[in-house]
Design a protein around this ligand. Structure first.
Ligand code: SF4
Length: 409
């Protein structure tokens, strides 16, 4: 892929107009107008309801207070209480990671210093993808490549409008395509996707298949005629991500003997691609890596945060989530929340709440785009006075080492 092909998200200056990037879904669009100071955004200014909600919520919540058990306290008191909980924990789970690159680094710093396990809130999906990659590899492409070159896009995903609101506008329209005047043909597989993809594969191999479904025969014909078919995989409901991915990657591998073909994997959740990239870069493995033996050890099943918490193997949860005000899951273990300042806990406050600045609104940062091929810079729009997650976690760990524990990082 050449850099000039990748115009799915536009450059930070469009027609001479400064633009900003949006961190509120995995598309990380970087063509938005900078909000006017102290003025709520509208969908006329930003063509995405989800972005408008994300920016407005962050812009109007810059003044949250640290809390211990639901009661306001000073930052130093909250940091000290968090340190004590982490220091006394047998196996803390650092979970959520609904944030940008800095939030992921913060989570890994805590895990390395206090002997914890890191896992994203969409760790199941990431682990299923990773096991396919480790077993057989895959041929993937970028959003820009699909926009500019693909002539057939097979959608294997549910709720795309909800998970990636502007995908339609960016990927499926013909406007501005570099290498084709027509938009790509789009086929959506609604259900029985594993078996349809398997049948198509069998048809390409000319295996006897008397009961092939009409959907499979139709898709086989379209794929046989296509110059550059792409299978887009997002969140799949009612089917195993791993099985869908195995079927799709096998089909793409077969097709690639004769023509160009690829998978487009859309990291479905906020921060899921960043979490995997940053963790792999930091420890060589990725998420679901434990540091409690003094060295990183990945186990995609055993180190699942939800399992460790449900089975009582973990005795503390630290939730890192600067890009979503959604509360962490209720667990029996005490919880430290390093999170979005608009988080509200009703009558179940965590042991410690440390509000942090929201990347892309209250501080600068970086986030990986859904296809994993571009790291998008995030701009600071307003100064909230809230700490950044990495500084905060370093402060928690510094107190730990100041109390006589050797530096494990
Ligand atoms: S599609 Fe996603 S990244 Fe793009 S503006 Fe909407 S919420 Fe933001």
């Amino acid at each position: 892929m050449s850099a000039t092909d990748d115009n799915t998200t536009m450059s930070p200056a469009v027609n001479g107009r400064a633009t900003i990037a949006c961190p509120f879904c995995a598309l990380a669009c970087d063509d938005l107008s900078r909000p006017v100071h102290n003025t709520p955004l509208s969908t006329e200014q930003i063509p995405c309801r989800r972005a408008v909600t994300g920016f407005n919520t962050a812009l109007s919540n810059g003044q949250a207070h640290p809390q211990i058990k639901g009661r306001d306290c000073t930052l130093d008191e909250a940091v000290e209480h968090a340190r004590q909980l982490l220091q006394n924990a047998r196996l803390p789970v650092i979970h959520g990671l609904v944030g940008d690159l800095q939030d992921c680094r913060a989570a890994l710093h805590l895990a390395a210093c206090f002997g914890g396990v890191v896992d994203h809130r969409s760790g199941d999906t990431i682990a299923e993808q990773l096991s396919v990659l480790q077993d057989s590899g895959w041929q993937i492409t970028s959003l820009g490549e699909v926009r500019n070159r693909a002539d057939l896009i097979v959608i294997v995903a549910n709720r795309l409008d909800e998970t990636h609101p502007r995908l339609q506008e960016k990927l499926f329209s013909a406007n501005g395509r570099l290498h084709a005047e027509q938009p790509a043909e789009v086929v959506t597989l609604a259900d029985k996707r594993v078996s349809i993809l398997g049948e198509v594969r069998a048809l390409f191999h000319q295996r006897p298949l008397p009961d092939a479904s009409e959907d499979a025969r139709r898709l086989h014909r379209k794929m046989a005629d296509a110059r550059y078919p792409v299978i887009l995989i997002g969140a799949v409901d009612n089917e195993s991500t791993e099985l869908v991915l195995r079927a799709a990657s096998g089909l793409v591998r077969d097709l690639s003997h004769e023509r160009r073909a690829a998978l487009l994997l859309l990291g479905g959740d906020i921060g899921s691609v960043s979490a995997q990239m940053v963790a792999a870069w930091h420890n060589g493995f990725g998420i679901r890596t434990a540091f409690n033996r003094g060295y990183p050890q990945q186990d995609l099943q055993r180190n699942a945060a939800a399992r460790l918490l449900a089975d009582g193997e973990a005795d503390l949860m630290v939730w890192v989530g600067s890009l979503s005000e959604q509360r962490p899951p209720a667990v029996e273990q005490p919880t430290i929340v390093i999170g979005h300042p608009a988080m509200a806990f009703a009558d179940q406050p965590p042991e410690v709440f440390l509000p942090v600045s929201v990347p892309g609104v209250q501080r600068a940062g970086f986030i990986h785009r859904a296809d994993g091929l571009r790291m998008v810079p995030l701009t600071s729009i307003v100064d909230s006075g809230l700490p950044g997650s990495l500084d905060l976690c370093r402060q928690i760990a510094a107190n730990h080492f100041a109390n006589g524990v050797a530096d494990a990082d």
